[in-house]
Design a protein around this ligand. Structure first.
Ligand SMILES: Nc1nc2c(ncn2[C@@H]2O[C@H](COP(=O)(O)OP(=O)(O)OP(=O)(O)O)[C@@H](O)[C@H]2O)c(=O)[nH]1
Ligand SMILES: [Mg+2]
Length: 288
């Protein structure tokens, strides 16, 4: 079990998807995209890495973020190794140092991945690696690009040497521990937050109400997009329903790829004030 730690937006979920070989976690350029600890499975020859994608560390503000922070602590305690990710195109800051400090005392081996090196020019890489080393945590540092795949094989081989010997925890063809409902919700949420702006990502959730297979190659999905205010609802629906249509089209093509079937997607948008404080709903969303 390898936990992925790091500030929001450094590319943890992107790396998870790359290692698993299929999309299991939502990715976006908005910070705090990840809400649940999703386990992605990467089985290669004699090694099986179970990568735990974690929310970027943040200060808890409500029931949602309190659960996310508690999950982060729990998962770090369970892991055999931690991969701390940094973004090479950003300065190392207080957030990174805070995480590094928390990991340093944990007694779990820490490896650093300096991600997004595709955004650097060659002469910039050595100083960025030095800055990562100066964090004082992590025995090894790997420059990688989760987007292009550069350096990812070397990193995976290294992580394979850190995990204990034992039976595989997952079947070799299993990609993640998510239920189908949660995977579907994650893919719809990604499509929605990628197309909406500013604060909306934090206020938006997806609840899958129904998944039905009338035939082997056809699936009907009914899902609700939750937002907190009437004006947010207006943004997600868009003028003449254009936005929700675009979200539906994008989500449908991701879902068809993931489920290998035609998808009929019935999406509606509902205002539900204060859903982030609704403990029962958070349970149902798998944010535990
Ligand atoms: N250029 C470049 N962009 C990347 C790379 N890896 C990730 N990104 C982009 O960085 C943004 C954030 O990626 P995520 O994978 O969602 O980041 P995260 O660390 O999971 O973020 P949270 O879930 O919010 O904590 C997305 O726009 C990605 O496409 C990379 O290697 N190179
Ligand atoms: Mg993420």
């Amino acid at each position: 079990m390898v936990a992925l730690a790091g500030r929001p937006n450094v590319g943890k979920s992107t790396l998870l998807n790359a290692l698993v070989g299929t999309k299991v976690a939502a990715v976006s350029d908005r910070p705090q995209t990840t809400r649940r600890a999703i386990r992605g499975v990467c089985t290669r020859g004699p090694h099986q890495l179970v990568l735990v994608d974690l929310p970027g560390l943040q200060r808890p503000r409500d029931a949602l973020t309190t659960r996310m922070a508690a999950r982060l602590r729990y998962e770090l305690g369970q892991a055999d190794a931690v991969l701390m990710m940094l973004a090479a195109d950003e300065r190392i800051g207080g957030g990174d140092r805070f995480i590094a400090k928390a990991l340093a005392g944990g007694g779990i081996p820490v490896t650093i991945a300096l991600n997004k090196v595709d955004r650097l020019k060659r002469p910039q890489i050595a100083p960025a690696l030095q800055a990562a080393a100066d964090l004082g945590v992590g025995d090894d540092i790997f420059p990688i690009s989760a987007r292009t795949g550069a350096g990812v094989d070397e990193l995976t081989d290294h992580l394979g040497t850190l995990v204990p010997e034992g039976p595989f925890l997952f079947a070799v063809d299993q990609h993640s521990d998510q239920s189908r409902e949660l995977l579907v919700a994650e893919l719809i949420r990604e499509a929605a937050i990628r197309r909406t702006h500013q604060e909306l990502p934090h206020a938006l959730e997806v609840v899958v109400n129904e998944i039905e297979w009338p035939r082997d190659d056809l699936v009907r999905i009914r899902a609700l997009i939750l937002v907190e205010t009437v004006s947010q609802r207006g943004i997600v629906v868009g003028a003449q329903g254009k936005m929700i249509k675009a979200v539906g089209t994008a989500a449908r093509s991701e879902l068809e790829r993931a489920l290998s079937a035609h998808v009929h997607l019935d999406l509606s948008v509902r205002t539900r004030r204060g859903w982030r404080a609704d403990e029962a709903l958070l349970d149902r969303l798998g944010i535990t």
